[in-house]
Design a protein around this ligand. Structure first.
Ligand SMILES: NC(=O)c1ccc[n+]([C@@H]2O[C@H](COP(=O)([O-])OP(=O)(O)OC[C@H]3O[C@@H](n4cnc5c(N)ncnc54)[C@H](O)[C@@H]3O)[C@@H](O)[C@H]2O)c1
Length: 349
């Protein structure tokens, strides 16, 4: 059932294990180790089929290669998916992560894991009981905890760079920013933007969450189904992937797209559609690298907070370079970012 996906993938390896006690497919996808061990989070999710889970893992692992290369980190790209029948809790969850830790350890450091959707620093502590290649454990267990604040910081600096490029000034005063998803990243991003005087427009499928944030920070709430077509200066996808597609791009009423969500483009060619519409797209893997920068800087490179913050701020410089290449050569920002990645990988070979 996996043949076609694996035949078309250009990555290095996939480790597959069916965990019978938890009826869970464990899929560790290592896309590239050219610049270092394949690093990326472990996503736990309920998928319709194992095929869907593998497709998600392969695509996310490829994006991690691009993200880590664009961020200038000594890391390759990887991602793991635990395709569970339902999200486990308590002892069953702990035992699943111990067995998963054994699988990751058996790869001898080829893959480094971290948190992702539905996995937490506490889960990383459990995995770390069996395996050495784990980022993002809790501070008590010797890790640097959640990296969502750094992701939000990076998106904030990326939005500043995009606003500077599009409007000639990095000031966010009065700029309207629509944040889709006010979760672990979207909420601190909203706080940052509010401090800079942006006009917030918030949406979340959890209506209470959106309303609370809007009343605490100031701002308006729009219904999730209205978000794409709401007029704003910056549309910031911070919820799910696949938001930018042939169906949604013609409806966008923004000048900039810059957000945290992974794999925002439904298809790579959607970067060209954004370009044709004159919408400045901050490639997702460039602008949302703050989380992995946090983990690599503090835990792998042994840097301090100030050095980590400087690396996160440098996301703005990388993006500015992407925008300049795209503008001078008349290509999409997606194509410009992909070229920077190809150059870094070629230099690392
Ligand atoms: N946490 C990180 O450090 C990090 C790093 C890189 C990328 N990302 C990506 O950024 C995105 C957000 O991550 P997070 O950690 O904030 O997740 P989260 O689960 O904490 O928050 C996501 C929020 O989006 C809402 N949401 C889900 N579907 C929605 C929809 N269709 N419309 C509006 N709201 C919706 C959820 O209710 C939730 O409030 C994800 O795509 C994640 O993969 C996160």
């Amino acid at each position: 059932m996996f043949e076609e996906l694996l035949r078309e993938w250009d990555g290095e390896l996939v480790a597959v294990r069916y965990d019978a006690p938890a009826r869970t497919w464990m899929l560790v996808c290592v896309h590239s180790t050219v610049l270092g061990p394949g690093a990326g989070g472990t996503r736990m999710n309920v998928y319709a089929t194992p095929h869907d889970a593998l497709r998600d893992g392969l695509r996310l692992a490829s994006a991690m290669t691009s993200k880590n290369a664009a961020a200038g980190l000594p890391l390759g790209g990887g991602k793991a998916v635990l395709a569970v029948p339902s999200i486990p809790t308590g002892q069953a969850r702990r035992e699943l992560f111990l067995r998963y830790g054994d699988l990751v350890e058996s790869l001898h450091g080829t893959y480094w894991t971290a948190c992702d959707m539905n996995t937490t620093p506490r889960d990383m502590d459990v995995i770390g009981g069996r395996c050495r290649s784990v980022f993002g454990k809790t501070a008590e267990a010797g890790g640097s905890g959640s990296s969502a604040f750094s992701t939000a910081d990076g998106v904030f600096h990326g939005i500043c760079a995009a606003v500077a490029h599009a409007f000639g000034s990095p000031s966010l005063e009065g700029r309207s920013v629509l944040i889709q998803g006010v979760g672990a990243v979207g909420r601190p991003l909203a706080e940052h933007l509010a401090r800079e005087g942006s006009r917030l427009i918030l949406t979340d499928v959890d209506e209470v969450r959106a309303k609370e944030a809007a009343s605490e920070l100031g701002g308006e709430v729009v219904a999730p189904e209205e978000a794409v077509a709401t007029a704003c200066d910056v549309f910031s996808p911070c919820a799910t992937g696949g938001v930018l597609s042939a169906e949604t791009i013609p409806r966008l009423r923004c000048r900039i797209v810059a957000g945290a969500a992974n794999n925002q483009l439904a298809e790579p060619r959607d970067a060209e559609l954004l370009h044709e519409r004159g919408i400045l797209y901050a490639p997702d893997y460039v602008v949302n690298a703050g989380g992995i920068i946090h983990l690599a800087s503090l835990e792998l490179l042994g840097e301090d907070e100030a050095a980590k913050d400087a690396r996160v701020r440098a996301i703005a410089d990388t993006l500015t370079r992407v925008f300049e290449i795209a503008a001078s050569e008349g290509i999409s920002t997606g194509a410009a970012a992909d070229r920077i990645v190809r150059e870094r990988l070629a230099a690392g070979r």
